[in-house]
Design a protein around this ligand. Structure first.
Ligand SMILES: [Zn+2]
Length: 347
């Protein structure tokens, strides 16, 4: 495992914003992990009177310990009594085992169902096989795929993860009282995943958006439909937040939330257009990335444009009347193939 340097992202790039705990307003804190890439997920903290709530818990125990150390000044008198997991991807809940035994962990019912399919063992095996494959002289696309995959997964210690599932679930909406602070949890999935939820802190006006918010990078829509994602973003805009904490990336502005909404409206409209023409999801994605609309859009500069293909695939499944999620490993391979085209376009 590489040594930790707060001036670098976990993937070794220069940090584009400040790592660590950022006090927001009225006892709300954001813990940011630059640059918001794979596994560089953010965490929220809401501090009440003698009790605190942590929102998401990172991808592995090392990351979770680092996060807890940053929160220590607030936790000394206000221990963690409640934990919220915003969705089922491991980078938001595999640190749950580091939370106090007595803390109650809450998520949506749909997220708990999807969490059972997220396996640290499978990622440990994949990480090991990518490491081995990198030593082989694999040609062309296969070589690129393994090298990129190895680079992306190398910073994480999945073998040390002990899954601790949430204790309680809800559907629709619920409220939590954390030392006198009232937090509203709203289920907004399926969108990024099957059971996404967002946390609205009415006292401070802070919204913790989970992976409904990827900032400065293309959001990945595993489940969809885009229409649910648009509706979730509209809830944030209507709330009129004082501060917006994304699942990945720096603290967000309302303008960035509005750009995400326009992106998903564009994605849905274009996917429908190319689906009607009979184009495959992969060809439609390439056409969208090559279009003038894309080149002049707010999202042309977002990192990881290739993840658009997952969103187009999700819209195609909806248009075909299908349900269920894609195979994430197969999708990752498709995204890497599209990345080389996107990089060529950017040059
Ligand atoms: Zn995430």
């Amino acid at each position: 495992m590489p040594t930790f340097d707060p001036k670098l992202s976990l993937h070794g790039d220069a940090a584009m914003y400040q790592w660590g705990a950022h006090p927001l307003t009225d006892g709300s804190v954001a813990y940011l992990q630059p640059n918001g890439g794979l596994g560089e997920s953010n965490v929220g903290l809401v501090v009440g009177d003698g009790a605190s709530c942590v929102i998401d818990t990172c991808w592995d125990p090392t990351q979770a310990r680092r996060m807890l150390a940053e929160f220590d000044p607030w936790l000394a008198d206000n221990p963690i009594t409640t934990v919220v997991n915003t969705h089922s991807n491991g980078d938001h809940w595999w640190g749950n085992s580091l939370m106090p035994d007595e803390a109650v962990i809450v998520t949506s019912k749909a997220s708990l169902g999807a969490m059972r399919d997220e396996s640290p063992l499978a990622l440990t095996a994949m990480r090991a096989s990518l490491g081995l494959a990198c030593r082989l002289p694999l040609p062309g696309r296969w070589g690129r795929t393994t090298r990129q995959g190895n680079h992306e997964f190398a910073p994480f210690d999945f073998a040390s993860v002990r899954r601790r599932f949430p204790d309680t679930t809800f559907t629709g909406r619920t409220e939590l009282n954390v030392g006198g602070r009232v937090l509203e949890l709203r289920e907004v999935g399926p969108a990024h995943t099957a059971g996404d939820l967002m946390v609205f802190d009415h006292g401070s006006g802070v919204v913790f958006g989970g992976d409904i918010l990827f900032i400065d990078q293309t959001p990945i829509m595993w489940e969809g439909p885009a229409q649910n994602w648009v509706a979730a973003l509209e809830q944030i805009i209507t709330f009129g937040p004082t501060c917006i904490v994304p699942g990945h990336g720096p603290l967000a502005t309302l303008g960035q939330v509005e750009s995400l909404r326009t992106y998903f409206q564009w994605l849905a409209e274009r996917a429908e257009h190319f689906h009607a023409k009979g184009e495959s999801a992969q060809d439609a994605t390439l056409d969208m990335l090559r279009s003038e609309e894309f080149a002049t859009s707010n999202w042309a500069t977002w990192r990881r444009p290739e993840v658009l293909v997952a969103g187009v695939g999700a819209e195609y499944r909806r248009l075909d009347g299908k349900t269920g999620s894609p195979n994430q490993f197969a999708m990752a391979n498709t995204m890497i193939a599209i990345r080389s085209v996107a990089e060529a376009l950017a040059r």
